[in-house]
Ligand binder design. Sequence first.
Ligand code: MLT
Length: 341
Amino acid sequence: MSKTATKRSSRKPAATATPATPVTTATPAEAEPFVWTKKHLLGLDELTADEIVHILDTAESFREVSTRSIKKVPALRGKVVANLFFEDSTRTRMSFNLAASRLSADVIELVSTGSSVAKGETLRDTVRNIEAMGVDIVVVRHKQSGAAYMLAQCLSASVVNAGDGQHEHPTQALLDIFTIRQRLGSVAGKKVGIVGDIAHSRVARSNILGLRKLGAEVFVVGPPTLVPSAITAMGCEVCHSLDEVLPRLDVINMLRIQFERFSSNLFPSVREYAQLYGLNAERMRLAKPDILVMHPGPINRGMELTSDVADGPNSAILNQVTNGLAIRMAVLFLVNQANQV
Ligand code: MLT
């Protein structure tokens, strides 16, 4: 785990970055720029509230880049980003790929099928060999919780966790929190429901950590088999009835059931799950009219959400995907900056 702390100093951010506004966050009390010193992004567990806000503010600057006719800045020119995906991904992989390209980095990719991993090479050996090609930032997704932490111990490159097992998915939570702030103006005091497979979800864990640090109230909702009661230690409230909690929520984040991580059946049927915990037009009548509906994707239409809700006026789902690009640009930019300190 990275031990470096974020500090304020008069050092300017890298001059190579050219987002619309300078990548600094000044507080009224001390008008000094915020200098990012974390070389890795492994989880929201190790970030302070100020650091999370700094990533969101940096992403805000980078969001503008995607509206330009030439959607590129030279912030990572001459740097190499390796996207190493040992587990399935569409959105996250493409988003990191595009984010690195928009920052002018050279990007190399590995998807585990067709790689030496299939020939018995260890994760450490595979990644150290890839790093030896001159890689500056390793983005890694792996089915083992802790994989990103392990790599951070043995590489000189920065490591960005793109999802490790059931542990954390920090950039997903950052883009979710960014979307809440963008759509509702703030995060503090908002009531956020996270519904579904909490037990196996790295998205839930990272969201709970980030949202609590920024002062949101978090309710985790689902059947007892998918919501471990110990999760209350993370500062959230457990609720087994969606209908009961729904009227209170400002935001509802519907999670996919992670069937691939089940070792046995944890509820009787998909139909029964959808009846109790799925969001449909009828259930939406219980919610506040302006509730923000989110989903990290991929959606199982008809299970977590019906199509009328997924594509309806309250849905922020595509917005989340758009914001993911700005968040990943910000993260790559910041960890690279810290690696040069
Ligand atoms: C993840 O990688 O955890 C996804 O973003 C969410 C999911 O797979 O359900």
